[in-house]
Design a protein around this ligand. Sequence first.
Ligand code: UD1
Length: 369
Amino acid sequence: MPDVLVTGGAGFIGSHTVDGLVEQGYKVRVLDNLEPQVHTSKKITHINPGAEYINGDIRYRKHWIRALEGVEYIIHLAGAVGIAQSFWQVKKYVDVNASGTANLYQAIEEVPKIRSNLRKIVVASSKSCYGEGTYSCDKHGPFNPLQRPIQQLKNHQWEVLCPVCGRQSGPKAIREDKPLQNLNPYSLSKYVTEQLSMDYSYALGIETVAFRYFNVYGSRQSLSNPYTGVMAIFLSRLKNGNPPVIFEDGNQVRDYIHVSDVAAANRLALERGNGVYNLGTGIPTPLKEIATRLAGLNGLDILPHITSDYRPGDNRHDFADNTKLNRDLKVSNFMSLEKGLSELIHWSADQVAVDKFALSESQRKKYLT
Ligand code: UD1
């Protein structure tokens, strides 16, 4: 089987991807810098003995060049993740996500042997590039709104309103051709990754898949990184006996996709697909339901704290239209939320979770209000 380089292969999505590839017989090399915000303990817990590990950083082109030797496929997952944090660490987010990917293509340009070996590239983009979701008004049909005005949020009017008649509208699945709204440095830096990969796919004739990940959850997501997704934050709160804190009213929906489905799609993309794809289940779930289910599965009688406050920059609803994904990659049997949550809870039972919610909130308020 061919050689695959997985950047970020010691992380949450990366380590599951590596496990799947090794199991299928691929020769896997990992490039990972063991980012301390993610790898809070000195001991790395999910190393696959069947893979080769290089401790290196995508911000250095020479690390890429070393890691790319003899490689036929690249799955580029290394990145900095956190929308709010990206505002006060903008340089880091641009360096890692945008320049880090630029270094890959610079290395390909500079070393002819790397280019001649390469057969396909898969990169991680994000649904956050869409900004607000797609909506439909009963009377005026579908539309793609801008961010909700702050005055509307101050009035606790959470739902998106039809721009024609001002009535409340409902969410619709987001298609890949929705106009993008990169509203924060994180989204913009992921969009640079995605667009560079598409530009070079055309220029170099290398087939490339860019996945816009929806809300990925599951085992190995850091429970002590307060800048990560809501599922891990809620679980960390609960494991410390604290109520999950819900912004707005808890009826906002997201598309939660289990990490094993994401790992499988990353692997399948080595064989199928070309272009940009949503990677979500297509199923919307209200946030309140996540908080209550996580508490219940942990045997805890802890109700979420619904703040009726808002985080500026949050979109109201989003979930994927995955028609294109199903058509080209033949990915459709996603893990149910019920099964995915029990996998997460089972794994988390003996994990250390440091609840840093208050710290991240105080930082956010210091920098962003
Ligand atoms: C998240 C990630 C984004 C990633 C995307 C797709 C962050 C902060 N967000 O976006 O990077 O690209 O998934 O995988 O990195 N919420 C609470 N309480 C909390 C935390 C969040 O109520 O303690 C709410 C938010 O206000 C929002 C919803 O939960 O309404 C989802 O938030 P979050 O997990 O940050 O996800 P996204 O913004 O969807």
